[in-house]
Ligand binder design. Structure first.
Ligand SMILES: [Zn+2]
Length: 226
């Protein structure tokens, strides 16, 4: 992996400011896909993050499964958080460089065409990494040119915050071991640029720092989408 976008979902949590300070100390830029309701709770910290150059993106208002929403509810989840982010950029005195949206749980729901139209009309575009060398089905997802953002590598840090899953990941070492295994085994994992998915969960704050330091041993150039 030569180039990576670090994307961090589900914040801002109570640990958000620590993460921002830690990433600044490591000189690692990141995109935070944030939940609208939490943005309202921690707006001052987010304004500071914007001024520090972090990109704040839309991860819905209440983090629902979109397949359980009506089109109207789904649209409201997107537009409400869009308005909050717009206001936060104004408060920070910065232009919003781009509009990115990621569906909670990667669940695009059943109204994909209507929501794509809605996102496009609002100025959203998908997050694309340059020169992905990814196998099917990742390549197919990237080629869809959807207006929402996907990822190419889920670090699965969330497995420690939510225990209800089938992955054999129960400890910090499980997450790191799986990361090493995946990044050294599969040729496409090594040979492609990536959109990395991590999370801003307060429960896994120490793990987050370990993971960033561990990823930096792989000589990855973290950058922001242009
Ligand atoms: Zn999420």
């Amino acid at each position: 992996m030569r180039l990576a976008y670090l994307t961090i979902d589900d914040g801002p949590s109570g640990d958000f400011e620590h993460k921002v300070a830690f990433l600044r100390a490591r000189d690692v830029p990141a995109v935070f896909f944030c939940v609208g309701a939490q943005l309202e709770e921690r707006s001052a910290a987010v304004v500071q993050a914007i001024r520090s150059g972090f990109l704040i993106a839309n991860h819905s208002y209440s983090h629902p499964y979109f397949s359980r929403l009506s089109l109207e509810e789904a649209t409201r989840e997107i537009t409400a958080t869009d308005a909050i982010i717009e206001q936060l950029y104004r408060s920070a005195g910065r232009d919003r460089p781009m509009k990115l949206f990621r569906f909670p749980y990667g669940d695009k729901g059943k109204r994909t065409r209507s929501l794509k139209r809605c996102l496009t009309a609002m100025g959203y575009s998908g997050l694309r990494i340059p020169k992905p060398r990814l196998p099917f089905p990742y390549a197919r997802w990237l080629r869809l040119q959807d207006a929402d953002s996907w990822w190419t590598f889920d670090v699965r840090d969330w497995c420690l915050a939510h225990r209800d899953h089938a992955y054999p990941i129960r400890s910090r070492n499980d997450v790191i071991d799986r990361l090493d295994h995946e990044l050294t085994r599969a040729r496409w994992r090594i040979g492609s640029n990536h959109v990395l998915l991590l999370h801003d969960h307060a429960e896994t704050a120490p793990l987050f720092q370990d993971l960033i330091d561990h990823l930096l041993t792989y000589d990855i150039a973290f950058t922001l989408p242009q």
